[in-house]
Design a protein around this ligand. Structure first.
Ligand code: EPU
Length: 339
């Protein structure tokens, strides 16, 4: 384990922001986590745990220690007649894991194909797409509790998963380093076509009985068509969360904007599309210097090349302000701002 100083994070965040960190360390196994937490650099600095850097914005240089988790390995730890428990290192790429599971006929995660980032970040923000969330297949995870300095295992209920949320963004924020995550996957195919855009795409191709491979391929095609590739244009996926509002507020909005779409949620709530709100404020495709709003999808902010973190952050604040003025709604960031 080597702690590097004054380290550029440009290749460690999908926005492609050239921010520097005072210290940077790459962690390859649980022993190195223990070694790290006993160092002076760790105890004297603030730290940030980096997954794939696909959901963060470095607004400025990071005055502290970046802990880059590179724990690898995928193995079956339990096999039953109808399901398996697969354990995966927090440093594996999520999409590689999803692909490997499908190739081995362990089903469930196909709708989450092509989500960027690493496995350790998946439970933190409870990643979701095309009708499922990782919590639907999550079994347990292990990691170090920084306060107690013990490795512990947390199960699904312990993690308090919610829409893009978990205990790791709340009570355990900055207090836990995830090392391994386990998923319970089915040995028979699970077909989830609840997401309208996905089922419509399947119908478009005249596929009568889609199998798991077709779901996986279709999700990949939808994402490729809709979401800009961060290797070509820096971005961190959805910049904002989809607001969840009261039925009351929704019906008021519906009176003014009859075309607004809402998705009913538990507790008399309605989820509405932040992309739609932003598009109504005429931000889609707008560019300010090297920062901008994707032409393909209004929820995605992009770096055209040399934008810095401040510029992207400022653009996001302008968007929030116009959405507030027009709809009286506060957009919440989905991307984590690091400063
Ligand atoms: N829409 C617009 N204009 C836009 C974009 C979207 O009007 O520019 C409206 C359309 O009505 C569309 C609806 O929004 O039908 C929903 O759009 P989409 O299916 O793209 O989903 P989303 O709500 O914008 C969410 C996730 C994505 C995930 C997709 C697919 C959040 C914050 N985002 O986006 O996740 O891939 O659903 O399931 O929940 C991410 O988190 O980084 C991410 C990309």
């Amino acid at each position: 384990m080597e702690i590097l100083e004054n380290y550029s994070l440009k290749n460690h965040n999908t926005f492609g922001i050239d921010a520097k960190a005072d210290y940077y360390v790459s962690i390859r196994n649980e022993d190195e986590i223990e070694e790290l937490i006993n160092t002076e650099v760790f105890s004297k600095n603030k730290f940030f745990i980096l997954g794939g850097g696909s959901n963060i914005l470095f607004a400025e240089a990071f005055k502290g220690l970046i802990i880059d988790i590179n724990i690898r390995g995928i193995r079956i730890i339990e096999s039953h007649d109808d399901y398996v428990i697969v354990e995966v290192g927090a440093g594996e790429f999520w999409n590689d894991f999803v692909t490997l599971c499908l190739n081995n006929k362990f089903y469930g995660l196909e709708n989450l194909a092509l989500i960027p980032g690493k496995v350790g970040a998946a439970p933190v923000q409870n990643i979701g797409a095309y009708g499922i969330e990782q919590k639907d297949f999550f079994y347990s995870l292990s990691g170090l509790n920084i306060e107690s300095k013990f490795f512990v295992t947390l199960n699904n209920d312990d993690c308090i998963f919610n829409y893009r949320n978990s205990i790791f963004k709340n009570e355990l924020k900055n207090k836990f380093i995830i090392s391994y995550v386990r998923y319970k996957l089915s040995k028979t195919e699970i077909i989830n076509l609840s997401y309208k855009e996905l089922s419509q795409e399947i119908i478009k191709f005249n596929i009568e009985q889609p199998d798991a491979r077709i779901i996986y391929d279709t999700v990949k095609r939808l994402r490729t068509n809709k979401l800009p590739d961060y290797r070509l244009m820096g971005n961190a996926g959805s910049f904002f969360k989809n607001p969840i509002i009261s039925e009351d507020k929704f019906s008021k909005l519906k009176n003014i904007y009859p075309e607004i779409k809402g998705f009913t949620q538990p507790g008399k709530k309605v989820k509405i599309s932040a992309g739609w709100l932003i598009e109504q404020c005429e931000w889609k495709g707008k560019r300010i210097g090297d920062s901008g709003v994707s032409e393909k999808h209004a929820l995605i902010l992009v770096n055209y090349g040399n934008a810095n973190g401040r510029e992207i952050l400022e653009l996001s604040m302008q968007i929030k302000q116009t959405v507030m003025e027009k709809f009286d709604l506060e957009l919440e960031n989905e991307v984590l701002i690091i400063q």
